[in-house]
Design a protein around this ligand. Structure first.
Ligand code: 13P
Length: 248
């Protein structure tokens, strides 16, 4: 069976003062989850180094929220996967819908970023998910299929890759799909991964993201092929994050 991952994404939130919250999470996670899940928080680039130091001595992992495709060079303001790994992080989110929308990242770029993460020894969390208009048009499964085909490189496996299903309309809105819709999407993603990756596709973790909070985590995390959560707003507070971990 797949060991679940409870992952946070702080987005553009968090200053040094927020690191004490992270420490509380790292200290309390094993108790909260009964040792049944792994924990990760992805933080802004400015905090990676200090976040890694804050959780030292625990099993809590730290990740980044994006990386550049290249290892180094003339790319003012960008951060490479090697720089992220150099800070002690072990994961990087690629292709979050906010990057796809705000920075025009397409599937090919996302796939290149996943490979950049691997090059530096990071596990890539590759995000996919339909918009509200696409769902209303009945295109959800087609969109997921296209995003998986384009954003997940052929060499992906359970060690180097996690897939996150994040319906764009569920992010930060308090809305979530029904458990039936989550099951349909995750089962579809699983079958696409198996088709593309063979046996390796069976064990790649598929996280659900979009308005996960303690009150709805139990029912969402119990859905078949849901192997953990990618949590935005509720990952900023230790109470909420540990409340979600407690469903395991
Ligand atoms: P929320 O949990 O705030 O809806 O954000 C989800 C998300 O985008 C995580 O990457």
């Amino acid at each position: 069976s797949i060991r679940p991952l409870v992952a946070g994404n702080w987005k553009m939130n968090g200053l040094a003062a927020h690191l004490s919250e992270l420490q509380t999470m790292a200290t309390g996670f094993e108790d909260a989850s009964g040792g049944a899940a792994e924990a990760l928080i992805c933080v802004p680039a400015t905090l990676i180094d200090r976040a890694v130091k804050s959780v030292a001595g625990s099993d809590f992992a730290i990740g980044a929220e994006d990386c550049h495709v290249e290892e180094k060079g003339a790319h003012t303001g960008d951060i490479s996967a090697e720089m992220i790994a150099d800070c002690g992080a072990s994961y990087v989110i690629v292709g979050h819908s906010e990057r796809r929308t705000n920075h025009g990242e397409d599937d090919a770029t996302v796939a290149q970023k996943a490979k950049a993460g691997w090059r530096a020894g990071l596990t890539a969390i590759i995000c996919v998910g339909e918009t509200e208009a696409q769902r209303k048009a009945g295109e959800t499964l087609d969109i997921l299929e296209r995003q998986i085909a384009g954003s997940v490189p052929a060499e992906a496996n359970a060690e180097n890759t996690v897939v996150a299903y994040e319906p764009v309309w569920a992010i930060g809105t308090g809305l979530t799909p029904t458990v039936e819709d989550v099951a349909e999407a995750h089962t579809h993603i699983r079958s696409r991964l198996v088709e593309a990756l063979g046996e390796a596709g069976q064990s790649v973790r598929i996280l659900y993201g979009g308005s996960v909070k303690p009150a709805n985590a139990a029912e969402l995390m119990a859905v078949q092929n849901v192997n953990g959560a990618l949590i935005g707003g509720a990952s900023l507070k230790a109470d909420d994050f540990l409340g979600i971990a407690a469903v395991y």
